[in-house]
Design a protein. Structure first.
Length: 369
């Protein structure tokens, strides 16, 4: 007689994995597909591709691939994750460099690559690995805080410069902000962080003015947002859609925002949802995101080492910042940025990047058996 031993990798994974994060991740992926089906069918798909469900089929395909990536990343062990961090960062940094040479120009920006029949945006893929690289450098042994700071600044400098060249000012600000949060939590002195923040703010503002022709769209958006001219058409329509939807919405298919704003299913997806389903559904989505973030922070508290803590903090910051920037743009609290809402906004690169990030969260937060 042999003792029954369940030694399969799947069984071990199931025992180690955080079930709450797994369920919320799957729920957000499914929610994104449901809302994209309703926001892209008919008007956007027919206008752009002369096909009723083309955009939904495209998003669904990316979501399936993203879900597989989500599961695959969750299987990575803590011993191997640092090796994959270096490989992943170098690969996606190469794709980001490739954008400069063979990227696709869309509306004056070169941010996309055509790979076979797919169009991808490499910045969405490199963000999770950039966070891991920063966590790795800030957790180096036998180095002073100043040395760790300069080492962690190198990947930020590389990615930031490549993003500014595209130009993608909002994503540059996003990764720099996450870096500063991770620096603060890692123990770098508040005086040093304050000094560096002041320098960075001055530098980013100077870049805007020295390269005004390249970043003209930033000035247009800021001018509109500050009220020197009338509120932008998109923001006005998005706010009107939220008001029209009220608490319970106008009903499935009754929304008109997707007819008035061409890219409502990306930048203003929360307005589309609020108009047809009501603000209560939008609150439910944010509740799921809030539970996810709270759960990640509980894992940070119990993490075994500083690398895991910093990496989890960085990914949580990424999800929080992207969610609230998208919401801020929707209700005109922030100027338009083009920042997608994680898992919910239409976009193949966005959904895969979000799945990568959450898959890494599952890997970093595994129980120690």
């Amino acid at each position: 007689m042999f003792k029954r031993q369940d030694s399969s990798q799947l069984a071990v994974w199931w025992r180690e994995i955080d079930k709450i994060i797994l369920v919320i991740g799957i729920s957000l992926i499914l929610s994104g597909n449901i809302f994209n089906f309703l926001s892209t069918s008919n008007i956007p798909s027919e206008k752009l591709y002369d096909s009723k469900y083309f955009l939904f089929y495209k998003h669904f395909t990316f979501s399936v691939f993203g879900f597989l990536v989500f599961l695959l990343f969750s299987f990575i062990s803590n011993e191997k994750i640092k090796v994959y961090t270096l490989l992943g960062f170098m690969f996606f940094l190469f794709l980001l460099i490739l954008v400069y040479f063979v990227g696709i120009d869309v509306k004056g920006s070169r941010r996309w690559l055509n790979i076979f029949f797919l169009r991808i945006q490499p910045v969405e893929f490199i963000k999770p690995f950039l966070i891991l690289i920063i966590a790795l450098t800030l957790n180096l042994k036998n180095y002073s805080q100043i040395i760790k700071f300069f080492l962690s600044s190198l990947p930020i400098l590389c990615v930031g410069l490549l993003l500014l060249i595209q130009p993608d000012y909002s994503q540059t600000l996003l990764v720099v902000t996450i870096w500063m949060i991770m620096l603060f939590v890692s123990g770098v002195s508040i005086f040093f962080i304050t000094t560096i923040s002041a320098v960075l703010i001055s530098l980013m503002i100077s870049i805007l003015f020295f390269f005004k022709e390249k970043f003209f769209y930033i000035f247009d958006r800021l001018t509109s947002w500050l009220g020197k001219v009338e509120i932008s058409y998109q923001s006005e329509q998005a706010l009107n859609a939220i008001k029209a939807g009220g608490f319970f919405g106008r009903g499935i298919g009754e929304g008109i925002l997707k007819e008035k704003v061409p890219e409502a299913h990306t930048d203003y997806v929360t307005s589309v949802i609020a108009e047809e389903y009501g603000i209560l559904i939008v609150m439910l989505i944010f509740l799921m995101v809030a539970i996810l973030i709270i759960r990640i922070f509980s894992k940070i508290r119990n993490a075994e080492n500083n690398f895991n803590k910093l990496a989890l903090l960085g990914i949580a910051s990424l999800i929080i910042l992207q969610s609230f920037i998208n919401l801020g743009v929707t209700i005109n609290l922030l100027p338009s940025t083009g920042m997608p809402f994680p898992f919910i906004s239409y976009g193949g690169s966005s959904i895969i990047g979000s799945c990568m990030a959450l898959g890494l969260v599952l890997s970093l937060s595994k129980k120690v058996l």
